[in-house]
Design a protein around this ligand. Structure first.
Ligand SMILES: C[S@@+](CC[C@H](N)C(=O)[O-])C[C@H]1O[C@@H](n2cnc3c(N)ncnc32)[C@H](O)[C@@H]1O
Length: 274
């Protein structure tokens, strides 16, 4: 099993604080008040960036002032976007301490601290009362969760009855054997993919109902193609997912794209009810 410091290093790829400071400085974003949109190129730590977050948001029934949980919030980019879009309050938890530290700094810089609060936490044991939230979501986290049943049980526990849970992930495709390293795992030691069918039956077993699934392979393939093309250009953007994902981000993204094309993996979004 991977230990805590290897896990932190997997996600941060060395000195993430300095990389972000340098990139923001080159992009002219340091020492000024920011809009949440300024950070989209680096704070949406998943394939397809803000476009994937916007898509998931369109499927989430969130009302003003509701309390929503983000499980595996990363740097809090999706949380800031949803908090602004829906005028709701978001609590994010993530296992990577540096992401939480940077995410809360980003909340301050974008004047979102009253709407979004991020804390260190593990999806296996959520540090909240039963039925504390009016909805919840998790973007591209479940691929790393070995005990998927406990993950969904905890999500279920902290949601009020009648509310929603939404998530997106790379599921296991019919051919299996994804190509490593991938954006979420350098080796199979960190990757725990389930087929969409197994995920749906697990959700049903736990008590979730009205399970709506959308397969997103084509969108992800074209998203990866666009990103890989951008990175090959001479004048590649200063801000981008590479600032967070480090030097191997391009190789890992190519492997993820190939894995989808070869049906080894199968990305999807699910929205269901408790
Ligand atoms: C691909 S990133 C996605 C981050 C964020 N959801 C986003 O879309 O920008 C996956 C995140 O899951 C977090 N994570 C992995 N295992 C976790 C666990 N057991 N509990 C909480 N967070 C976890 C990682 O630290 C990382 O921030």
């Amino acid at each position: 099993m991977i230990n805590r410091s290897d896990l932190e290093n997997f996600w941060t790829r060395g000195d993430i604080h300095t990389r972000i400071h340098k990139a923001m400085s080159e992009a002219g974003l340091n020492n000024k008040k920011l809009e949440i949109e300024d950070l989209f190129p680096i704070d949406q730590y998943h394939a397809r960036g803000i476009a994937a977050t916007v898509d998931l948001g369109k499927r989430m029934p969130i009302s003003e002032n509701q309390r929503i949980i983000d499980i595996g919030c990363g740097l809090g980019g999706p949380a800031r976007y949803f908090a602004k879009q829906f005028k709701c309050l978001i609590t994010g938890i993530d296992i990577t301490p540096s992401f939480i530290e940077i995410g809360n700094k980003f909340n301050n810089l974008t004047s979102m601290s009253k709407k979004v609060s991020l804390q260190i936490g593990n999806s296996e044991t959520l540090n909240f009362e039963d039925e504390a939230f009016d909805g919840g979501y998790s973007q591209h986290v479940t691929m790393n969760i070995k005990n998927r049943k406990d993950f969904f049980l905890e999500a279920y526990r902290v949601l009020k009855k009648g509310t929603f849970f939404a998530f997106s992930e790379h599921g296991l495709g019919p051919k299996g054997n994804p190509i490593f390293p991938l954006p979420w795992a350098d080796t199979s030691e960190m990757s725990f993919l389930l087929s969409p069918e197994s995920t749906i039956s697990l959700l049903k077993e736990i008590g979730f109902y009205d399970i709506q699934i959308i397969e997103t392979s084509e969108k992800y393939i074209s998203g990866y193609e666009k990103m890989i093309d951008n990175k090959s250009k001479k004048d590649k953007p200063i801000l981008g997912i590479h600032v967070i994902g480090g030097a191997t981000m391009k190789e890992r993204s190519i492997n993820s794209m190939k894995s989808i094309k070869e049906k080894r993996t199968l990305p999807f979004e699910i929205v269901c009810k408790k």
